[in-house]
Design a protein around this ligand. Structure first.
Ligand code: VTB
Ligand code: MG
Ligand code: MG
Length: 322
């Protein structure tokens, strides 16, 4: 548990700083600017850590991403780790000042996170009681029945999160016809995965096609929380198919939590940029700001919610309120 014990608080500092930087540009209507601010801050703090970290899921290949590109090595030296990041998950929502924009990172020992190519992935994400009881290859009504049974309720009392996209028209119809309700989101299926795995959030699963990098980040979180992701790559053309094969991926295979996040040690952290279902966004006040994060480890089996107050000026006199 070396990596987890030593890095938990360090890692949350990474997402806190990224959220602080990104939130300064949230609501300004410029998604590139929010993304750049989050990415730059994340990279700066990662470079201060006592690690030798390699980005395995980042902002893209070196030629298309100026920083946090796949293969980039970060840190002061130390534990060899693989890093998956999404400095701003939900750039459009952040730019619009809408809920549920977060900054996300997962860290594991070398080889602990699947090197997923940036393409679409079909996902089925369920909470701990339903892990192992659903199957991505089953029809939608069968999975809803299994989920309802696992959660000891009727299908009518299930709420399924789906990305609001034309490609999900049929899926949405099938969920509704089976009796369950749909919560449509405009972006952000990583935080939706966390919400589905945590009790009391009012949502019970995530279904549909989202990004594969987000699938690996969700898998890291679900492994810590005991939920499950089942996923299948959804390449859209021959070029993507070739890229998937080159990365050792198989289009016909159903990947499970353990395949996407095989690491023995995993640290997952997320900090809210805008207010959301499980995390509050950054709140500024005279002289400082307050952030809200979740950080968890797989081997250490601890889920922490961290409420931090950052004082910007030395000697700033602020009133801290609970
Ligand atoms: C999802 C969602 C992300 O991309 O993965 C989505 O979680 C999938 O792509 O927040 P499309 O937008 O093309 O549907 C995001 O919206 C952005 O990373
Ligand atoms: Mg992003
Ligand atoms: Mg994203």
């Amino acid at each position: 548990m070396e990596i987890e014990r030593r890095l938990v608080l360090e890692v949350v500092r990474v997402t806190e700083q990224a959220a602080l930087a990104a939130s300064r540009l949230a609501g300004k209507g410029d998604k590139e600017a929010v993304d750049e601010a989050g990415t730059e801050a994340m990279r700066r703090v990662l470079n201060e850590l006592p690690i030798r970290g390699t980005v395995v899921i980042g902002e893209g290949e070196m030629d298309e991403a100026p920083m946090l590109y796949i293969g980039e090595v970060l840190g002061q030296g130390g534990a060899e780790v693989d890093i998956a990041v999404d400095p701003v998950e939900g750039t459009t929502t952040a730019a619009k000042g809408l809920p549920n924009a977060v900054t996300v990172i997962a860290l594991s020992e070398k080889g602990g996170l699947f090197h997923a190519p940036d393409m679409y992935m079909e996902k089925l994400i369920v909470p701990p009681p339903a892990a192992g009881l659903v199957d991505l290859t089953w029809p939608v009504p069968a999975n809803l029945k299994a989920l309802a049974l696992a959660l000891q309720r009727s299908v009518e009392d299930l709420v399924i999160v789906v990305l609001d996209r034309p490609r999900h028209e049929r899926l949405i119809r099938e969920i509704r016809e089976a009796g369950a309700r749909v919560k449509l989101i405009s972006d952000g299926d990583v935080i939706a995965a966390l919400a589905a795995a945590i009790r009391g959030t009012g949502v019970h699963a995530v279904m549909g096609i989202g990004g594969a990098p987000e699938g690996v980040l969700a898998a890291a979180a679900l492994k810590c929380l005991g939920g499950e992701i089942q996923a299948r790559f959804a390449p859209q053309d021959e070029e993507e198919r070739a890229r998937l094969r080159a990365m050792g991926g198989d289009e016909n295979r159903v990947y499970r939590t353990e395949d996407l996040a095989p690491g023995r040690e995993i640290v997952f952290a997320a900090t809210g940029i805008t207010d959301g279902d499980i995390l509050q966004g950054v709140r500024f006040f005279g002289g400082g700001a307050r952030t809200h994060s979740i950080v968890m480890g797989h081997a250490t089996r601890v889920v922490r919610f961290i409420d931090s107050i950052h004082l910007f000026e030395t000697g700033a006199r602020v009133t801290i309120r609970v």
